[in-house]
Design a protein around this ligand. Sequence first.
Ligand SMILES: [Zn+2]
Length: 473
Amino acid sequence: MALRIFSTLSGKEEEFKPASDVVKMYVCGMTPKFHPHVGHARLFVSIDVLRRYLIYRGHRVHFVQNFTDVDDKIIARSNKEGIPAHEVAQKYTDSYFEVMDALGVMRADEYPKATLVIPSIIAFIEKLVAEGYAYPLDGDVYFEVSKFPEYGKLSRRSEDEGVMAGARVEVEAGKRDPRDFALWKAAKPGEPAWESPWGPGRPGWHIECSTMINETLGEQIDIHAGGRDLIFPHHENEIAQSEAFCHCSPFARYWVHIGLLSIGGEKMSHSLNNFLTIQQLLEKFEPAAVRLYLISIPYRMPMAYSQEGVEAATKGLARLRSALELRRGAEERAPRPEEVEAVDRLVESAQRAFTDGMDADFNTALGLAALYELSREINRLRSQEGYPNDVLTPARAKLVELAGVLGIDLEAQRTEEGRAADAYVDLLVEIRTKLRAAKQWALSDEIRDRLKDLGVALEDSPQGTVWKYSERG
Ligand SMILES: [Zn+2]
């Protein structure tokens, strides 16, 4: 089956067909005005999963993500913290990398920054002005929406709606149409500014993305991603600017929008001051558990944050890891052919369930369900009397591989902590065997019961004692 992606532009799922052998992918990145919050984690982890799955499906992906490092809110924060705007941007860009690295978000191939491409932005605007798509007005420059008849094709807004719902309608005197939006903003006192043909000023937000995409990926790209809240006006405006600039269409073949994360019924956002930073969450929970939580529902759906959800994901992660544990002291014999075949079938069906789910517009809920099913089956087979460990090796390898596609490293903790614990359990079992030989039943039972509380199950048999990790609580 082929990979299908839901594109906001067509309003339906489409088979994914990149224009060339390198998938050109762009995502609107952070405005680094404060520490990223859990809503940002959902956005960038979701996009990271999309990217990883494309790579897993054999695509080469060129991935670009920008930083909007000059903006009204950065300037406001600069005044509040008493440090220059560029230092504010750097500080929170560093903060972004710290938490996203922890969450296993792969670094982009390129991270363009608005302030580093100002001459290109000016050249982009000059072309739009020269070709009649934009006009200067008292030091500002506006895009003239009526010159781009397809305006509204992404958000499907009628002219009236577009104006009414555009939230920030600039009532700038002299604008030819209320829908016209700023490409260049004349400098205000005390703000960062650059020289331009229209006087000192700074770029508007939308033109930054159009220019950075053109600079890094070219005129047309395969996937443009971002938060659902960017469809209008940001992405609508990007399309108008870029398609007017290149006289080509579509600017982006697939428009992918990530559902928003809410808290207490409202979108989690810096501006509403109802956010939990990723750092705060990582103080309480393991990064892999947070990641698992964030991809537990399909990326397009809205998600309501709950701590119980993260706790449940923590248990889910432990369940997946439990399948990697070997049964201690299990029989060492060559696997029987029927055992090998059964495991082959298990691996095949897990692979199919995972790929079918992920091919359906990257449905991570189905992808994870395939992983849980696989780990359940591994645990069931392992608990059978006399079952040798080795026969499950391909199933464990598949579990690790597929979890890795979702960016979850199941072995990380096992190698560092799990294997260290194994030696201590072995030691306790050995001491208990000696106690039993000396008929110290009370003490030997106590060791067994205490280990059980810790998630280690012992089984005594005439051949000796075997142990395995069991699920806790
Ligand atoms: Zn953008």
